[in-house]
Design a protein around this ligand. Structure first.
Ligand code: GLP
Length: 262
């Protein structure tokens, strides 16, 4: 893994946007993996700047979101299909017909999840996947104890996650109980992973993901199994990393692309 500790949260977003833009420019038929949550918002804003400046064209880029709530109306402002359209597709001037979100309203959500997994593979796989991290170490909605080999499927949200996400809903009980999420195995199929985190609330999860054992109890620790995973964090999110000084040293002395990878 490459660990990049930036000066602040703004630089987390700028750095992630730079990595993502480079990956998409390199790809013949680029596929971008999208995440919701507050963590990637700064990266999306920087990508939108690049698009507005004419330095990046995402009009032909296909997109696949990580997850969706089950049973929330598409028009609900917190459905991930709404969030992706509002926060990603429109500001990044993507083609809405090329951007996909799991169908949490399908009559058969289990079949919809399996079909979604197949559609990612049929598109040639994800070139670069942006990821946030839950305070409990989840990626997508893969809660602790998820299989590291899991594919896109229906999951029950952890109480901690429902409590964390209650801020987006009128009442805590309005947070759905279930979701469809890409599995950890699905996420690991992406050719490059870029995980972003900022703030002290993510420090324990980042330390477990980067320096803890690879375990389904910390789904983000699966990034240790990926050959091209980048973790971009601000000083607060990095504050529990035992080797923070080493990561800074490695990054400062990075002579060539790839030289920073552990
Ligand atoms: C959400 C999403 C995840 C996200 C995580 C952290 O519920 N399903 O993809 O990474 O929880 O959210 P935030 O970035 O708002 O802290």
């Amino acid at each position: 893994m490459e660990i990049i500790i930036t000066a602040d949260a703004e630089e987390v977003g700028r750095t992630a946007a730079t990595v993502i833009a480079e990956a998409l420019r390199r790809a013949d038929q680029p596929v971008l993996g999208l995440a919701t949550g507050s963590s990637p918002v700064t990266a999306y804003r920087h990508l939108a700047h690049l698009v507005a400046a004419g330095e990046l064209d995402l009009g032909g880029v296909r997109g696949f979101a990580l997850d969706e709530y089950v049973g929330l109306a598409a028009e609900h402002p917190q459905s991930y299909v709404s969030v992706i359209r509002r926060d990603v597709v429109e500001p990044l001037r993507m083609d809405p017909s090329l951007v996909h979100v799991p169908d949490g309203r399908a009559a058969d959500v289990y079949a919809a999840a399996a079909a979604y997994d197949r559609s990612i593979a049929a598109a040639g796989g994800v070139d670069v996947q942006i990821l946030g991290i839950g305070a409990n170490g989840h990626i997508g909605f893969n809660e602790p104890s998820s299989s590291l080999a899991s594919r896109t499927r229906v999951k029950t949200l952890a109480e901690r996650t429902r409590a964390d996400n209650a801020r987006f809903f009128d009442r805590p009980e309005d947070v759905p109980m279930h979701c469809i999420t890409q599995g950890i195995g699905t996420i690991l199929d992406a050719r490059q992973l870029v995980l972003v985190a900022a703030g002290a609330g993510k420090a324990a999860a980042i330390a477990a993901a980067v320096e803890g054992p690879v375990s389904g109890m910390c789904p983000a620790s699966a990034l240790q199994l990926h050959p091209d995973a980048i973790v971009v964090v601000d000083p607060a999110a990095a504050s529990q990393l035992a080797l923070a000084d080493y990561y800074r040293y490695v990054y400062a002395h990075k002579a060539a692309v790839g030289a920073g990878k552990a």
